[in-house]
Ligand binder design. Structure first.
Ligand code: BV8
Length: 228
């Protein structure tokens, strides 16, 4: 049976009602995402950045935000290939878990978690970020930061991801524009290591030419077709 590594991006959550980065033309409240999703942005205007992540965290709780057919198809694929499917996501939402996926690596962090900026200890996020939402691990207590990988910060679990890519026979990229590294470089690594590579997206990504196979359309259709 194939070892399968799947990379997902914001496009897989689009049909669940979560905006993609491109939908916002790279902006949020008229701030460039790079300005808001960076350590410098947080340093310069912590309240703005806290509001950015609080808003997206609250949106996860909206009744109409739920996993879609693509998330569910990936959870079925994992259940059918016990232990042979690894899901690496750039998304910070929890829709893969809510669909039933278990082996999920959030390489860019999670909206549902908070982190102490000093000890780096990670906590479940139970309340909106504010100046007074502080860690319990240090004295003095520090305001918790989003457990999110900002631009210029090292993605999480890279060694494990590279290890999974080295052993995979099949690499499938779903719903990502291929605009951010190192995630956009995974297909090159998979090709070098002899895996089959497939891109499923609404339109060709910035690295589309590096995939052996490409299928375009909405994830809720293309992923279901591929998995069934
Ligand atoms: C790092 C968390 C080093 C935040 C995110 C120059 C060249 C190369 C690299 C760089 C460079 N300058 C700087 C860099 C590095 C930088 C980078 O790549 N910058 C880019 C802008 C060039 N990368 C980093 O900084 C990374 N870290 O390099 O660290 C290092 C080394 C040692 C020590 C320390 C550091 C960290 C990057 C992580 C940033 N955080 N997310 C948050 O979420 O708030 S990035 C964020 O944007 C996402 O996580 C994702 O990774 C990225 C792009 O988003 P996508 O998921 O692709 O979404 P997008 O909207 O772009 O596309 C959606 C796609 O879906 C579209 O193609 C659309 O067609 C499709 N779609 C839409 N609807 C559907 C659909 N498809 C199917 N069905 C549908 N219905």
């Amino acid at each position: 049976m194939a070892n399968i590594v799947i990379l997902t991006g914001a496009g897989i959550s689009a049909e669940s009602g979560l905006k993609t980065f491109r939908d916002q033309d790279g902006l949020w409240e008229n701030h460039p995402i790079e300005a808001v999703a960076t350590p410098e942005g947080y340093q310069a205007n912590p309240q703005l950045v806290r509001e950015f992540y609080n808003a997206r965290w609250k949106q996860l709780k909206d009744a109409d935000v739920a996993p879609n057919a693509a998330h569910q198809a990936l959870a079925r694929l994992e259940a059918e290939h016990q232990g042979r499917v690894t899901l690496v996501t750039q998304n910070v939402d929890d829709l893969h878990e809510r669909a039933g996926s278990r082996r999920v690596i959030h390489m860019h962090g999670q909206l549902t978690k908070a982190r102490c900026p000093v000890s780096q200890q990670v906590f479940p996020k139970t309340e909106p970020f504010s100046e007074s939402t502080v860690c319990t691990c240090c004295i003095p207590h520090y305001p918790l930061r989003p457990h999110i990988v900002w631009f210029g910060e090292m993605p999480l679990q890279m060694e494990r991801i590279e290890n999974e890519l080295a052993q995979c026979d099949l690499f499938i990229s779903i719903g990502t524009s291929g605009s951010v590294y190192p995630a956009a470089g995974f297909v090159e690594l998979a090709n070098q290591l002899g895996a089959q590579t497939i891109e499923l997206n609404l339109e060709p990504s910035q690295v589309a030419s590096q995939f052996q196979q490409t299928r375009y359309g909405r994830a809720s259709e293309t992923v279901v077709e591929l998995v069934e």
